[in-house]
Each structure stands twice: as C-alpha cells, then as structure tokens.
Design a protein around this ligand. Structure first.
Ligand SMILES: C[S@@+](CC[C@H](N)C(=O)[O-])C[C@H]1O[C@@H](n2cnc3c(N)ncnc32)[C@H](O)[C@@H]1O
Length: 232
C-alpha cells in the first residue's frame, strides 16, 4: 500500500525517442526495429498484459535503455549478456555469421560510429551500468537488473516468473533457441517476443522458424525488419 502511494508521486522520465537513442551510439538497432519495439511495448501496456520486460543481448545497453525507459510500474527490466566477447557461432549458423565472428575474434571489428567495438571493452558491465544511470534508470537490482554471464549459466538462477515483452538479440542459432524456449513458458497471453536478427543471420531465422513449428500458440505477426511474435 505504502509502495503504491509512493509510486503515485514518483516522477517518471518520458520515453526516449528513437532518434535520441540512435544518437547515443549505444545501439546497433536501426529506427525501424526500434519503432517495432516501441509499438509492442505500447500495446502490452495499453492492454495491461502482465509481466516483466527482458532482453537477451544487451551489449552497450542502447536497446535495453530504450525498453526500460518505456516501462510502466510495477514492471521490471532484466537484461542478460555475457558483457564480454560474443561466444562463437555453431554448426547450425550460416557462413555470414562465422565470417562476422572471425572479424570480431581477430580484433578487427569496428564499433558504432567508429567507436571501440563493445566486445573489446575491458569492463563492459560497468560501462553499461553507467549508461543506464546516465539515462535515468539506474541498475538497482530491483526495477532494473543486469545478469552477467553466459545465458546457459545465468538462466537457471534468474527470478523472472512472468514476461510481457522479450527482446532476443543474440545473433546465433543456439542462444536464440535457448532464449525462445526459456521465455515461452513465462509469457503472458498477448505478450510479444521480438527476434532482432531474423533478417540478418541464418541461424536466428532457422531457430525462430523451428520454434514456430513446435509452438502453434505463437504467431509471426511481422518480419519486415525484425521478427515480431505474439503469444496467445
Ligand atoms: C548484437 S549484440 C546486442 C546488441 C544490443 N541489443 C544493441 O542495442 O545494440 C549481441 C549480444 O548477445 C550476447 N550474447 C550472445 N550469445 C550469448 C550467450 N550465449 N550468453 C550471453 N550473452 C550472449 C553478446 O555478448 C552480445 O553482447
């Protein structure tokens, strides 16, 4: 009750616009993908779909900050990432993915707008925490949490029990499959899952298509830029 009264008086920051987050150089997502995220969030909040917002693949934090700044109360944002060098793709990933990984592993990858590539940052997690704070949503372990480590190590311990919106942005077949299968049983009806790399990497597309074959209660509602799935 006291928390409810406190929340009524708490001043919320307005949502960040697509152009504001693009200008931050903290995200790889183009405007059209960010617009899709904003629309899904708007819909789940307008329809009071219960659950937290989660992101698999935070990198520098740009899309996570964009998501968390749109979140109404009492939702939580949970972001999961290794916060280091992205793990290698596997046998089910396409040549484009393997070539991208070879460039990253060789130390030759460029960052956003000529910056240092995030995977070469010595302490990426601290940098991302600072960015969340600078954008007014500190990583307090309550409303906003970041879980560092491989998904396969952190997911068994996470405390998320209900999800309204999930952003899956981890590129390769194996992590995309793991994140989809972990997320689905926790999804509220009416909630959305967005796959960032559906049009970018063959492994993400294959993982998503196979998932859709296995789960008939999930519908692909749009795949123009990223894949937008809705759970019924
Ligand atoms: C393309 S980046 C995410 C970009 C970010 N969402 C943005 O706004 O620009 C992909 C991220 O997925 C993470 N990732 C991929 N596989 C992972 C795994 N198995 N466990 C943890 N993190 C993983 C990488 O560390 C990397 O930071």
């Amino acid at each position: 009750m006291l928390e409810h009264v406190r929340n009524l008086f708490r001043k919320e920051l307005p949502p960040l616009s697509v152009s504001e987050i693009a200008a931050s150089k903290l995200t790889y997502l183009p405007a059209a993908k960010l617009e899709n995220i904003a629309q899904c969030i708007q819909q789940v909040q307008a329809q009071h779909v219960p659950g937290d917002f989660v992101e698999f693949g935070v990198a520098l934090g740009g899309s996570g900050i964009f998501i968390a700044r749109r979140m109404d109360r009492p939702r939580r944002f949970v972001g999961l990432d290794l916060f280091g060098m992205i793990p290698a793709p596997g046998p089910k990933d396409d040549e484009k993915s393997h070539e991208r990984y070879r460039v990253i592993a060789s130390g030759r990858s460029e960052g956003i707008g000529g910056d240092r590539y995030y995977g070469y940052e010595p302490d990426l997690l601290s940098k991302v925490k600072r960015s969340f704070s600078e954008y007014g949503i500190p990583v307090d372990g309550k409303r906003v949490s970041l879980l560092p480590g491989l998904f396969e190590d952190t997911l068994p311990h996470w405390t998320v029990r209900k999800i309204a919106f999930a952003h899956i942005d981890c590129d390769w077949f194996d992590p995309v499959t793991l994140c989809l299968e972990t997320t689905l049983p926790l999804m509220s009806p009416g909630g959305f899952i967005i796959l960032d790399d559906y049009k970018d990497y063959g492994g993400c597309k294959q993982a998503t298509d196979e998932f859709l074959q296995r789960h008939r209660n999930v519908t692909l509602v749009d795949s123009t830029h990223n894949a937008v799935l809705q759970v019924s």
